[in-house]
Design a protein around this ligand. Structure first.
Ligand code: SF4
Ligand code: SF4
Length: 349
């Protein structure tokens, strides 16, 4: 049985006609490819937790190709943030400023050192996710050729039980194609196209690359807007994304592993380009361009944080690097609370 391949097209923010045309040309070019299901959603980064788009994306099973205007690394971790997990699939069509050094171009973008990364503790499903950056070419044909290459590559992989279980049909949302359908809900010789149209305002929040993150907690200490939190096993997460201050990339500068991305930032290093991921060897002050001249990344981050604090009607705090958690913990007085709980326990009621 041929394995089906899901292709997700994440639309650009705004209505740029050239971008929209490229997206539509890719969809049109895939329409008559057998074994391919296409889902078109609004901008992946902007979609909300309770949206139809997210339900559709989470219903996509098996191996998948994501076509988006985000850098490959950013796209992968935005999907992960939305609960869509998988192994890294290698794409051959890459944007020029997103090509890792040759000695880094193995099967993943993960750093080659012996630090414990959050991803090491995760059990990823047996599926591959390939992220195609639509900035890589103006030609729809090149993307269609890359999708076909991935489809062929997938046919030679062994079909595991997980793949079969994951091959659930896509949710039926505005299906565009007619004809006799097979048991997968698709017509022989044609792709199924599900187009999800819903309004989503622009969002701004950090995205964590868990293949780099060491769970050091620098970011939660630094942010004074309550964006970060931890899960049940004390792993860092972006808990209140919409608390993030629009346009502020400050915490991306203080992360020692370059694991924090702002996918819509105009600076590729902050938006998640692979060049930035491979740049741990580079002086960070060079990475962030002219505003960083003469200042360290930490100093620049402190200035940006102060700007946001003042705009929010609060006091600037300067370069206090761990103001976040220490302020929270001071106000909640954990020692006193612990003593109180101990006293209650001692009452044995
Ligand atoms: S600062 Fe970076 S490495 Fe440290 S917990 Fe935050 S995202 Fe992870
Ligand atoms: S430090 Fe600034 S950019 Fe980072 S999460 Fe907090 S508000 Fe957002």
């Amino acid at each position: 049985m041929a394995k089906r391949l899901s292709v997700i097209v994440s639309q650009a923010q705004g209505k740029n006609p050239a971008k929209r045309k490229l997206e539509e040309d890719i969809v049109a070019g895939l329409l008559f490819e057998s074994g391919i299901d296409v889902t078109i959603v609004p901008n992946l980064y902007d979609i909300q937790a309770d949206s139809t788009s997210l339900v559709a994306l989470q219903g996509v099973g098996g191996n998948a190709v994501l076509c988006s205007w985000l850098f490959e690394r950013a796209a992968r971790w935005v999907l992960d943030r939305h609960g869509i997990h998988g192994q890294h699939g290698t794409v051959l069509l890459q944007a020029e400023d997103d090509e890792a050094d040759e000695d880094e171009a193995d099967d993943s973008d993960e750093p080659a050192d012996d630090k414990d990364r959050v991803i090491d503790s995760r059990d990823l499903p047996n599926r591959k996710i390939y992220c195609l950056d639509l900035k890589a070419s103006n030609s729809a044909d090149e993307f269609i050729a890359e999708v076909k290459r991935i489809y062929s590559e997938n046919q030679v992989q062994v079909v595991g039980l997980t793949d079969v279980l994951n091959a659930a049909p896509l949710p039926k949302v505005a299906s565009q194609q007619a004809g006799d359908q097979n048991e997968n809900g698709s017509a022989a010789g044609q792709a199924v196209v599900n187009r999800i149209e819903e309004k989503s305002g622009r969002r701004w929040y950090p995205v964590i690359d868990y293949s780099r993150c060491t769970n050091c907690m620098e970011c939660i200490d630094f942010c004074l807007f309550g964006v970060y939190g931890v899960d049940r096993i004390d792993t860092i997460l972006v808990e209140q994304p919409d608390n993030c201050r629009k346009g502020c990339p400050a915490c991306s500068r203080v992360c020692p592993e370059n694991a924090i991305m702002f996918p819509q930032h105009k600076t590729p290093a902050i938006a998640g380009s692979m060049d930035a991921a491979a740049s741990l060897k580079i002086d960070l002050s060079q990475l962030f361009g002219a505003p960083a001249e003469g200042k360290s990344a930490e100093e620049l981050a402190a200035i940006e944080r102060d700007e946001q604090l003042v705009m929010a009607g609060r006091n600037a705090v300067g370069a206090k690097s761990s103001a976040g958690r220490s302020e929270i913990s001071t106000s909640s007085k954990p020692d006193e609370l612990d003593d109180l709980v101990d006293e209650l326990n001692d009452l044995d009621i």
